[in-house]
Design a protein. Structure first.
Length: 279
């Protein structure tokens, strides 16, 4: 299906890019992206993916909009306080770009639904704010063979990485996983959440915007994505750093002796009770 005249006008600045062109814009329209969490990170990811013309965007979040979200969660507004975040995000996307189809998942991502939901999309962007949800999303993306664009932040710092752990790396070893970066979750309460420690409002906009770019690069197959690389941003000192993430042969997901072959361990560890909540 060709792009309509209105779409050609809407996306003309993007189509002018030789790395995108008409064919790339068609790929964006045909793509399906799942955004986990419609909060601080999810907000810019959702809006920029919609503006760029990603045809189908799924958003999973079981929370509602509250006033204390609005300092950083720009997909929502004061008149939508109390509404489900997925509904608020869908309304904002519809106002921005009527050519985008939004699928609402008003539920928590858990061990029972993760593979079915994630398997229905081409790329996953994780914007959750707790470790249980991050490990669940990462394990599920590996098992479902879906690229994961993972981001996290706190106070004045943020980080982004891309994982395609279901494919071999350039050295012939398996691709790095989230568990290669962080083998085990920290003890409960060791790292405060945004709700506990606070966060500078524009920070999610910076990190989420880069996250959206990495999603678009996955769809378009352009540039050098952050695959098996960790990008760190320090807002206080305006400093970016990037590090390679090596494959850990002892990691339990795709190491030499993998023990994680399904998501049952997320039930055993109580992850099922953890919300895929957004920062």
């Amino acid at each position: 299906m060709t792009l309509s005249d209105e779409e050609l006008e809407r996306y003309q600045r993007q189509i002018l890019l030789k790395e995108v062109g008409g064919a790339g814009q068609q790929r964006l329209r045909q793509a399906k992206v799942l955004v986990i969490g419609a909060g601080g990170l999810g907000s810019p990811v959702l809006l920029y993916l919609a503006a760029a013309g990603v045809g189908t965007i799924g958003v999973i979040d079981d929370d509602t909009v509250s006033v204390d979200n609005l300092q950083r969660q720009i997909a929502h507004s004061t008149d939508r306080v109390g509404l489900p975040k997925t509904e608020s995000a869908r309304a904002q996307i519809a106002a921005l770009n009527p050519h985008v189809s939004v699928i609402e998942h008003r539920e928590r991502l858990d061990a029972d639904n993760a593979l079915d939901i994630i398997g229905a999309y081409d790329v996953v962007a994780d914007g959750t704010d707790n470790f249980a949800a991050r490990y669940l999303a990462a394990d599920a993306c590996h098992l479902a063979r879906r690229p994961l664009v993972s981001a996290a932040m706190g106070q004045f710092e943020g980080q982004i990485a891309v994982f395609r752990s279901f494919e071999p790396g350039p050295d012939g070893n398996p691709g790095a996983t989230y568990r290669c970066l962080y083998p085990e979750p920290p003890p409960a309460g060791a790292i405060p959440t945004c709700e506990e420690a606070g966060i500078l409002g524009p920070l999610p906009g910076i990190i989420g915007s880069i996250q959206a770019i990495e999603v678009l690069k996955q769809i378009l197959g352009i540039g050098e994505p952050l695959t098996a690389r960790l990008l760190l941003y320090d807002a206080l000192f305006a400093r970016f750093q990037t590090f390679r993430i090596p494959w850990d042969p002892d990691n339990p997901l795709n190491g030499r002796r993998p023990v994680i072959v399904d998501l049952s361990h997320h039930r055993d560890g109580g992850s099922r009770r953890q919300a895929a909540s957004a920062s």
